[in-house]
Design a protein around this ligand. Structure first.
Ligand code: NAD
Ligand code: MN
Length: 361
């Protein structure tokens, strides 16, 4: 039987509260399927690890997870540790260390859920945002100078490389081509960001010549936010830089009902290393420990992981189980307008999976 080795890094806050239920869901699917199994290895990295060891993960952390089939990640962030330390010390260190350059964020309105948009607009939301995940504004280059002196500067330098832009643009074009509408919007800000973003446009213009079958348009990132709210039906696949897509994809999950349902795959399309799957939300200090974190984002990303591992049917079954629970609407967490806790939502999804398995027998 095929065994998938998964590195599990729940990390901080509600990350731990949603990832363990996610592992239960994955185990249940594997059991019902009978054709594959999971071997989970848990890593206790994160802010508590930092308090003990002064680092978010061991120096060879990236190498420790390199041999796994996939990484299932929670969230980082601690009220008492600067965010730049927790983010760069773990999540970005893994994404960039393994060169997971394509970050993929699907958004659609799950049955039964309410969007803050008007229903006639919201019904057409079915997007995939492709985020450049290895360089750009989050390249990590920059510095601080003259600390404490009258002339003080802080620099974050965006780095755009031809290789980096080309590969993500090609990835986005291929993804757009695999979807029914064959439609891609390339997001830019080359009016104000006159170096890196102009280069971005230039390289993308070269790549899209190979995709004459796609319907491609361009959009400045600020205008893109209004299009997402006012004309959501005109959008399908979206390509944007690291920072721009980070912002757009939070907006996207709010449009679909809540940050708690957003899912992400950090892919290394070359498959030289494992890809990493995580909900898009953070550690959510305000609800940590209350047992009310919405686990749907963690489940949706688990479905993406199943598909990536070659178990698309199992991934589809998980999405159907999630959708059955949202459509019924009687077991929803507070961020979706209900009063169920993480445990109850998990149990509802597990029950839905079990009943599908029984029906199939
Ligand atoms: P957040 O995503 O943690 O929370 C934003 C708001 O959404 C909060 O009100 C929170 O309660 C709510 N929310 C988020 N996920 C939810 C869920 N699953 N169920 C119900 N409600 C949910 O973002 P933030 O408050 O800006 O950041 C908190 C910490 O998380 C910071 O330290 C930040 O750096 C970190 N962060 C980490 C990641 C990551 O690990 N990938 C992503 C974003 C933020
Ligand atoms: Mn983000």
């Amino acid at each position: 039987m095929k065994t998938y080795k998964i590195a599990v890094i729940p990390a901080d806050g509600i990350g731990t509260e949603v990832i363990n239920p996610g592992c239960e869901v994955l185990e249940t699917i594997a059991r019902a399927d009978g054709g594959f199994r999971f071997e989970f290895t848990h890593f206790d990295w994160g802010s508590d690890y930092y308090r003990k060891h002064g680092v978010m993960m061991p120096a060879d952390g990236v190498d420790q997870v390199r041999g796994f089939d996939a990484i299932y990640f929670g969230a980082v962030g601690d009220p008492k540790i600067p965010d730049a330390i927790t983010l760069w010390g773990l999540r970005l260190a893994i994404c960039q260390g393994i060169d997971q350059y394509a970050n993929v964020r699907p958004t659609r309105l799950l049955p039964g859920l309410k969007s803050p948009l008007r229903a006639d607009l919201a019904k057409d939301v079915d997007w995939v945002i492709v985020r450049e995940n290895s360089e750009g504004e989050y390249a990590g280059a920059g510095g601080r100078a003259h600390r404490g002196l009258p002339i003080e500067v802080g620099l974050d330098v965006s780095i755009f490389t031809r290789t980096g832009i080309e590969r993500i643009c090609r990835f986005a074009c291929d993804l757009a081509r695999s979807r029914p509408r064959k439609k891609l919007t390339i997001v830019t800000k080359s009016n104000a960001q006159r170096h890196g973003m102009v280069f971005w446009d230039e390289v993308c213009r070269g790549v899209i010549k190979d995709y004459p079958d796609l319907d491609i348009d361009w959009m400045l990132v600020d205008a893109m936010t209004t299009r997402m709210v006012l004309k959501p039906g005109t959008i399908d696949t979206v390509l944007a830089s690291n920072l721009h897509a980070d912002v757009l994809s939070d907006l996207a999950s709010a449009v679909a009902g809540s940050l708690g349902i957003g899912a992400t795959a950090n892919l290394d399309p070359s498959r030289a290393g494992p890809s990493m799957f995580e909900p898009i939300h953070g550690s959510a200090f305000d609800i940590t420990g209350k047992g009310i974190a919405n686990p749907i984002g963690a489940f949706w990303t688990a479905a993406m992981m199943l598909e990536h591992l070659g178990q698309k049917d199992a991934g589809d079954r998980l999405m159907r189980a999630i959708e059955e629970v949202t459509a019924r609407g009687n077991v929803l967490p507070p961020d979706l307008g209900g009063n169920a806790g993480t445990r109850q939502v998990t149990d509802a999804v597990l029950a839905s999976l079990e009943s599908m398995a029984t029906a199939a027998e």
